[in-house]
Design a protein around this ligand. Sequence first.
Ligand SMILES: Nc1ncnc2c1ncn2[C@@H]1O[C@H](COP(=O)(O)OP(=O)(O)OP(=O)(O)O)[C@@H](O)[C@H]1O
Ligand SMILES: [Mg+2]
Length: 286
Amino acid sequence: MRRVLPRTHGFQRPFGLWPEGFGEGGALPEDSEGFGEGGALPEDSEGFGEGGALPVGLVMDPIKISKLTFAYGEGELRRPVLRDVALQVHAGEVVLLTGPSGSGKTTLLTLIGALRAMQEGSCRVLGRELMGASEHERVRLRRSIGFIFQNHNLLGFLTARQNVAMALEVEAALPERDRLARAGAMLAAVGLDGHEDKLPAKLSGGQRQRVAIARALVGEPGLVLADEPTAALDKVSGGEVAHLLRDMAKSRGTPILMVTHDPRILDIADRVVAMEDGRIVEAAAA
Ligand SMILES: Nc1ncnc2c1ncn2[C@@H]1O[C@H](COP(=O)(O)OP(=O)(O)OP(=O)(O)O)[C@@H](O)[C@H]1O
Ligand SMILES: [Mg+2]
């Protein structure tokens, strides 16, 4: 299912919180997406060239990857892990990435999440080309992405509310009181009313993943990346968490790319993409 979203979707964060450099008022800066590099427009530049700004009426794919190749190690130890990967995630779409252990799913997710540097090919995330991007640019992009991992990664000495509020710390203009209030509202939205002041150790696995979902979404990210968020959960809470994440993201129009081995949650997907040995092998409608 492909949803065409309102014109500002994916370009403007609510609360005016795009990190600097991401453009304001819905337009990307002139030098975005490969401008000024050799003077040529990328073939798939999606309407660039009209005054240098991206026409906001066009839906931009939040993830657009082509010819991505990646290897770990150097010299004789160099081992290719991703080969010639092409993948697109459309605005508002929920895409699941499946495949055998070691096929490269997490590696691909960390490249898309700007958590590691690209080596070859093109990977455009929220309109930014990651090939050749500096560490500084990657840090900025990461602020526009909500991450959810298999092991919730909550800080054990902070309450649920404080853990969620931490995701708003990059928003220096927001007073602590407002951060905690937004965190509380988000926790209520994921069904954790009354649990805000508990430490992670006092919550169930499913509740901890709900906190992780709240933390990933509270900053109104342009994209959510999740790596096996239900792997540590039983069937019922795994299903609940997956559906909650889908519903929360859909209601905000936030696209999700989720790695999962879990056949029980394939029904949340608009599309399922399979990887094998570093390649995308099939893309099926869910
Ligand atoms: N930091 C690393 N250094 C070297 N090799 C790595 C590193 N991380 C992963 N690999 C190797 O790269 C390949 C792909 O790993 P990756 O973690 O991306 O697979 P995956 O599909 O996420 O697997 P799983 O389903 O088990 O999580 C594997 O062969 C793995 O051993
Ligand atoms: Mg993995």
